[in-house]
Design a protein around this ligand. Structure first.
Ligand code: MN
Length: 201
């Protein structure tokens, strides 16, 4: 029943020049693969082997760090690949745009807050835009491979509709220490169609 490393929905070089092919290939075939393999190793022969990753994450405080780190790493990257696309960028429309405007005032303000969440996350982690139960949106960041699906303190909770990996492995080859430049480039590849799909669920 092991969890499977998904294929990328596009070629490794498809997000260039915003995210380079070498970074994408290493990120997918080494980092994401390692989270997947280590998660499978950690749950082998246990009841979790027959559970959904979401059901594991929502009770993550019952599990050892090896499952928290690799289960989070597995799920986070599955989402990350999908919310990017070579024909992405621009501005959202429809219900997502309405929710952004009513929650943050404008698309620009939302980006500012999301950029700050990613830039100020010390060390390694993720930035998130999450739909709350009342339909509004919140931004937060989490350390390491934690995410808003986990029953942990300090995240905005809700349903993640946009995420950004701010671990150095996500940008160091091309951007070195310039995390803000990587975050700025990320907006050029956001898959707003996928974000809208997640918002509509
Ligand atoms: Mn990563």
């Amino acid at each position: 029943m092991a969890f499977k490393l998904p294929d990328l929905p596009y070629a490794y070089n498809a997000l260039e020049p915003n995210i380079d092919a070498r970074t994408m290939e290493i990120h997918h075939t080494k980092h994401h693969k390692a989270y997947t393999d280590n998660l499978n190793k950690a749950i082998e022969g246990k009841p979790e082997d027959n559970m959904s990753i979401e059901d594991i994450l929502k009770n993550i405080t019952n599990y050892p760090p090896v499952i928290r780190n690799n289960g989070g790493g597995y799920w986070n990257h599955c989402m990350f690949w999908e919310i990017m696309t070579p024909n992405g960028g621009g501005a959202p429309s429809g219900a997502v745009a309405d929710a952004i405007n009513s929650s943050f005032g404008s698309f620009y303000k939302m980006k500012e807050e999301f950029n700050a969440a990613g830039t100020t996350r010390f060390g390694s982690g993720w930035a998130w835009l999450c739909k709350q139960a009342d339909g509004s949106l919140k931004i937060c960041s989490t350390p390491n491979q934690d995410n808003p699906l986990m029953n942990i303190e300090g995240s905005c909770g809700g349903t993640p509709i946009l995420c950004l990996d701010v671990w150095e492995h996500a940008y160091y080859l091309n951007y070195q220490n310039r995390r803000p430049d990587y975050i700025a480039a990320f907006w050029n590849v956001v898959n707003w169609e996928e974000v809208a799909k997640r918002f509509g669920k």
